[in-house]
Design a protein around this ligand. Structure first.
Ligand SMILES: Nc1ncnc2c1ncn2[C@@H]1O[C@H](COP(=O)(O)OP(=O)(O)O)[C@@H](O)[C@H]1O
Ligand SMILES: [Mg+2]
Length: 462
């Protein structure tokens, strides 16, 4: 409250004091003030209005009118009101008005200037003032932060010696074209900071003109785009990975077709050929022999059914869609042990009577299938432990064998690990990760984790 009242009150005091001073000065100097006794009052009004605004200006005007009327205008020492008083009042008001508007304009300009200064000071961008011969004239906090030099270290020094890069050559050329009146230039380049660490920057250089409109220097705004550049590089990496994946997808599809084709040709094709032969000879045989051939044909048809059903199961067990992960795994382990003689010790938690998104169920099944095939083909193990647990950490899958182990990193680098790479890709495509721990003679532990947010089943539509 006091803080707001005080400037107002002090304005009126100032006006009073200024008019009193004007009265005293006019009194003593009046012989020299012919023809007008008013210049000191005009000054008092102008100063009051300039420093304290409209209120003090008007107050000073009123006082000056009364005092000059009383002390200096005949009839002296009486207050009268004449035509000249009105015109004098008008003159005083004009002076006060001019002083107030000048003061306001100046204050606005100063405010704009300090606002601009605050923007420059608080900007994250480096904003650097340059003379036409390339000396640093100003250096904001953003520049100090970005390049690691304080203002004291650089102001007055050539910019080309501060920012180490091929920028040194560019800068000379840019400044000479700015001298010729060229407007803003924008480009991206690499600067180095005090520790010589490279920074990706986007640079804008514009001419600075003085009041007369002549180019007197240049401003350089540098924005750190290291983050953007890194993101671009990452994106590029993803794009390349995606291209690689889609190429692999085509390969995998082709291999699958080759597998189905050979399965159809080698197994089903052979059985069908046998069946055809029997049917061709049977009509020409005596009835007893024909009965025997018919029995053979029946056996072949039974074989065919079995082959088709095995092929179907190999391609994609229908129970994975119908019954879910756990029953399919149990079925797969039984068949695996029957065929390979390798014992599967299966432990599970949190997956009973539960459905996961189809892609998670498929990936989990395929990963375990491939890992178990590897155990049978490469590990010389006699038992394998499989572990599938879903809890708040996500879905954890582990396959551990007691076989001979292998060197995982050199196998990956050898480029002959399409099965393991496939496991990793399946895991990563669904936001998961693969770790393999294996040492020659120590068995192998393969682990895949899917994060919990990938395990939510999307609600059915409609
Ligand atoms: N459980 C395992 N025990 C021992 N060696 C393994 C095991 N799994 C994978 N390997 C080794 O890693 C190699 C790459 O496996 P993989 O990518 O599945 O390709 P492939 O099975 O077609 O050879 C195998 O050739 C084998 O040498
Ligand atoms: Mg394999």
């Amino acid at each position: 409250m006091l803080g707001r009242v005080l400037p107002v009150v002090s304005g009126y005091f100032f006006a009073l004091a200024a008019d009193l001073l004007a009265l005293v000065l006019t009194h003593f100097l009046s012989p020299w003030l012919v023809p007008s006794p008013f210049p000191f009052f005009v000054a008092a009004i102008a100063l009051s209005a300039w420093f304290y605004g409209v209120g003090a200006g008007l107050f000073s005007t009123l006082l000056a009118t009364l005092v000059t009327n009383y002390f200096f205008l005949p009839p002296l020492y009486v207050l009268t009101l004449g035509k000249e008083d009105v015109s004098r009042l008008g003159l005083f008001l004009l002076v006060a008005g001019i002083a107030v508007s000048l003061m306001r304009a100046q204050r606005l300009a100063a405010e704009a200037q300090s606002r601009l200064g605050a923007i420059v000071a608080s900007s994250d961008d480096a904003i650097v003032g340059l003379s036409l011969d390339g000396l640093v004239t100003s250096w904001n906090a953003g520049a100090a932060h970005m390049y690691g030099y304080s203002g004291d270290e650089v102001i007055g020094h050539p910019i080309s010696r501060i920012i180490l890069s091929d920028f040194q050559f560019q800068m000379k050329e840019i400044l000479s074209s700015i001298r010729l009146g060229e407007t803003t230039r924008q480009f991206e380049t690499i600067h180095r900071d005090k520790a010589e660490k490279p920074i990706d920057v986007s640079i804008t250089i514009s001419p600075i003109r003085n009041k007369e409109g002549h180019i007197s220097g240049a401003s350089m705004i540098a924005r750190d785009i290291t983050g953007r550049k890194q993101a671009e590089k990452k994106l590029q990496g993803y794009t390349e990975q995606l291209q690689l994946l889609s190429r692999r997808l085509v390969d995998v599809q082709e291999n699958e077709r080759r597998f189905i084709a050979s399965e159809l040709h080698d197994e089903i094709g052979q059985t069908l050929t046998g069946l055809k032969l029997i049917m061709e000879v049977a009509p020409h045989l005596p009835p007893d022999a024909m009965g025997e051939k018919l029995a053979q044909a029946q056996q072949l048809v039974t074989d065919l059914f079995e082959q088709v059903s095995r092929l179907t199961l190999d391609l994609r067990p229908p129970m994975l869609d119908d019954l879910g992960l756990l029953p399919t795994l149990l079925w797969h382990f039984k068949r695996y042990t029957d065929v390979t003689g390798i014992k599967v010790l299966f432990q599970h938690a949190g997956i009973e009577n539960k459905r996961f998104p189809t892609e998670i169920e498929t990936a989990t099944y395929r990963i375990i299938q491939e890992a178990l095939t590897n155990v049978a083909r490469h590990a010389s193990a006699d038992q394998v432990m499989v572990w599938v647990v879903d809890d708040s950490q996500g879905l954890n899958i582990q396959i551990m064998d007691n076989g001979e182990g292998f060197d995982f990193s050199s196998t990956l680098l050898s480029g002959k690990a399409s099965g393991l790479v496939g496991i990793r890709e399946r895991a990563e495509l669904l936001g998961g990760s693969l770790t393999v721990q294996s040492d020659p003679g120590q068995g192998t532990r393969l682990e895949v984790d899917f994060p919990p947010e990938k395990l939510m089943v999307a609600p059915l539509e409609g």
